[in-house]
Design a protein around this ligand. Structure first.
Ligand SMILES: [Zn+2]
Ligand SMILES: [Zn+2]
Length: 338
């Protein structure tokens, strides 16, 4: 009981420290998307390589991952806005991103499937979804969340933990992570999913947000697992820490691990560089199995990773892409964090 009280006090202190500053910043900067060049762009060459491959993925920041599996372009939890939260009168009240998108939105390939794991604002961004809406795209989402999806998509399918879906030869199965689905305080009825995708020659897990759990151990093996590794301090009961993620990944029998949910929005108290450093330390001699650690670094199954690009289109300077250094900090990150 005393431990519970201490934890609640710690969480309340964390929110109180952060909230006033975020609120003031929200009023200063509207929730518009990051600067996107005007005019249409063609698909970025690195992303063209990805979507021409059998199996691959690229981290686009936070929980947004573009993956290629079974001939489909699959995008998880797309959040491309400058700020996430509630939008009122054109102003979004919420947290601001620390790092820009690695590619302009218009340089993304056509998306066949969008996977929405749950309705938390950092995963389910209505302005981004509105811009991505296309009759060619199928949205798969958790129960009681379809109504939040903007109009304009070909299909919006709610998937619960008992049914499976066949999307052009790729089976999609929802699994229950250790998390919750309420967008606000009063809507705890909403579902929350992890997704297992199975094609003829590949299996990929999108874990979404989860605390440590043994549910994934029964699903393996997979060629690629996408796990969140950040925002565990003091939210360890909602978000696993890097060591717990490595344990879940090995229990799953994963071959490659793509880490996300760090270095994009400041949600936890830990330093933005800490999650990836702790994950690589936990992986030890298996750190080569941790892939796509930097935003925009395209991982292709069976090939060396490509250099990530800066938003201006220039290749990033520095270490070889396969050396798995922590995510690069963008200018101004320290001023933006709270
Ligand atoms: Zn969440
Ligand atoms: Zn989250």
């Amino acid at each position: 009981m005393r431990t519970k009280l201490r934890r609640a006090a710690k969480i309340a202190r964390s929110g109180l420290r952060r909230y006033p500053r975020e609120l003031i910043n929200s009023l200063a900067v509207s929730g518009r998307p990051p600067s996107v060049p005007s005019g249409s762009l063609s698909v970025d060459p690195a992303l063209m390589r990805l979507v021409s491959h059998d199996l691959g993925a690229v981290w686009l920041g936070h929980a947004s991952v573009l993956a290629r599996i079974g001939g489909l372009n699959v995008l998880s939890d797309p959040v491309f806005s400058e700020r996430v939260g509630l939008t009122v009168g054109g102003i979004t009240f919420g947290i601001q991103r620390m790092a820009p998108l690695p590619f302009p939105e218009r340089a993304l390939p056509p998306i066949d499937v969008i996977l929405l794991t749950h309705a938390h604002f950092d995963h389910f961004d209505v302005p981004t979804l509105r811009r991505l809406a296309s009759p060619h795209t199928t949205v798969v989402t958790a129960t009681k969340t379809a109504r939040l999806v903007p109009k304009g998509f070909g299909r919006v399918i709610e998937l619960d933990w008992t049914t499976e879906l066949d999307l052009g030869g790729v089976r999609v199965r929802a699994v229950r992570p250790a998390h919750w689905g309420a967008r606000f305080a009063y809507d705890r009825h909403r579902g929350f999913n992890s997704y297992l995708l199975e094609a003829a020659n590949a299996r990929v897990l999108f874990a979404g947000d989860t605390a440590h759990t043994d549910v994934f151990g029964k699903l393996g093996p997979v060629d690629l697992a996408v796990f969140g590794i950040g925002a565990y301090e003091p939210w360890i009961h909602h978000h696993a820490n890097p060591e717990q993620v490595w344990e879940m990944f090995t229990d799953l029998g994963g071959e490659h691990l793509l880490p996300m949910h760090h270095s994009t929005f400041r949600l936890g108290e830990e330093h933005p560089d800490e999650p990836i450093q702790r994950l690589l330390a936990a992986a030890g001699e298996h750190r080569h199995r941790v892939v796509g650690t930097r935003m925009g670094e395209v991982w292709l199954h069976g090939e060396r990773a490509t250099e990530p690009k800066s938003p201006s289109g220039e290749a990033a300077q520095g270490d070889a892409a396969d050396e798995h250094t922590p995510a690069r900090r963008r200018p101004g990150v320290s001023e933006l964090t709270v």
